[in-house]
Design a binder for this molecule. Structure first.
Ligand code: TRP
Length: 378
């Protein structure tokens, strides 16, 4: 596989800094005193391939993934089985999106030489373990899951498969025996359920699974350009990682600011101001940002000027992402290899865990003639 040029590698700033990102109060969902994970512990996280990734994905999750890769055994899952729950009538959309998500991941600097990219449906053990786990998940545990509630409210005919989403996600995490799951805030209920199921499985059949810990990104929820609580394709309010400089400029121009401000000399308000929400998320210089905020609230700078600053910052942030994207566009075989080699590696891990699970659950022994005799002679 061609290596990405050194100049296109993301900054290597981790090493001793992990302690900073994994602070116990952000990691620990319920149990007190969960230990900080060990080097080379395993990470599993993933995304549903349902479209291009946006800035919210970056600050909510991908940024952490980039920091963690190389220091841990990272498995990044493209959860196409799970996407069927939304798009069973449009499989080709999912198929395209698997590639698009891989491109977005490679473009932000996830490195397939250091990590494992996995196509979920190419490792059918994900489905096998999901099925087995679904037998020990009480239905009420699914009914109270807030993420599922919110998502099923928007669907007309909720399928059984969609209902099984939390079992599938628990299986995704437990199959590679992950210790840490860096995700967006909306995924926390699934991780909590995964922990409960892992504990229950271990109690019932023997200790197989580590109890995984969640890690949420620096900006848990980035609003859309219209100020709505969530970026979503259907609302048309996303800023994509693949947007061109021209599109970025246009979208920033459309961003909501302070509706009470009529001219540049009016004192501006920061609260609920989308442009400043984005500046908070992406401005690299805290002191400069503070002085910009001061000018704005004192009516010393116009909305247009602040927007220009933001557009420039976003374009500077996206530039290396665009360069890496261009590299992979010129090397489609590298995209293919990232997906297939990772998936091959994951298959081995999955097979080993399923062997343990089958033995623990005693779903074995049918080839043993002694056992057959013992039963029929009874
Ligand atoms: N549910 C996640 C999403 O919608 C994707 C996902 C599937 C996932 N399996 C996972 C995330 C396991 C973390 C761990 O993006």
């Amino acid at each position: 596989m061609p290596k990405t040029p050194e100049s296109l590698q993301p900054d290597q700033e981790v090493n001793n800094k992990n302690e900073e990102i994994i602070t116990p109060e952000r990691v620990d969902l319920s149990e007190k005193g969960t230990p900080i994970i060990e080097k080379k512990d395993r990470i599993l996280t993933g995304m549903r391939p349902t479209g291009s990734l946006h800035l919210g994905h970056y600050v909510g999750a991908l940024e952490n993934w980039i920091k963690l890769q190389g220091n841990y055994d990272c498995h990044f899952l493209i959860a196409d089985y799970q996407a069927f729950g939304d798009y069973a009538d449009n499989i080709s959309k999912i198929r395209d999106s698997v590639i698009e998500v891989a491109m977005d991941w490679l473009s932000v600097g996830l490195d397939p030489h250091k990590t494992t990219f996995v196509i979920q449906s190419y490792v059918p053990e994900h489905a096998e373990l999901a099925m087995l786990l679904s037998m020990i998940i009480p239905k009420w545990m699914i009914d109270r899951n807030p993420t599922l509630k919110a998502e099923s409210a928007t669907q007309k005919d909720v399928s059984l498969g969609f209902y099984n989403y939390p079992a599938s996600q628990a299986a995704d995490i437990l199959l590679p025996k992950a210790n840490l799951v860096p995700v967006g805030e909306d995924q926390l209920p699934h991780i909590e359920l995964t922990r409960e199921i892992a504990r229950k499985f271990n109690r019932m059949y023997g200790h197989i699974f580590p109890i995984p810990t969640a890690l949420v990104g620096r900006v848990p929820r980035l609003v859309g350009i219209d100020g709505k609580a969530k970026m979503s394709k259907s609302l048309g309010n996303c800023v994509y990682l693949s947007d061109s400089p021209e599109v970025i400029a246009k979208k920033v121009k459309k961003m909501f600011t302070d509706p009470t401000r009529l001219k540049a000399t009016d004192p501006g308000h920061l609260e609920g101001n989308v442009v400043f929400t984005y500046l908070d998320a992406f401005h690299p210089d805290a002191a400069e940002l503070e002085s910009l905020k001061k000018k704005y609230t004192e009516g010393k700078i116009g909305d247009g000027e602040v927007k220009n600053i933001l557009a420039e910052l976003l374009n500077a942030f996206l530039e290396p992402i665009r360069e890496r994207r261009a590299f992979y566009q010129a090397h489609p075989e590298a995209v293919r290899e990232a997906l297939l080699e990772g998936t091959e590696k994951a298959k081995k891990v999955a097979a080993a865990t399923m062997l343990e699970v089958r033995e623990a659950m005693e779903i074995t022994g049918y080839e043993d003639i002694k056992n057959i005799k013992k039963i029929i002679e009874k």
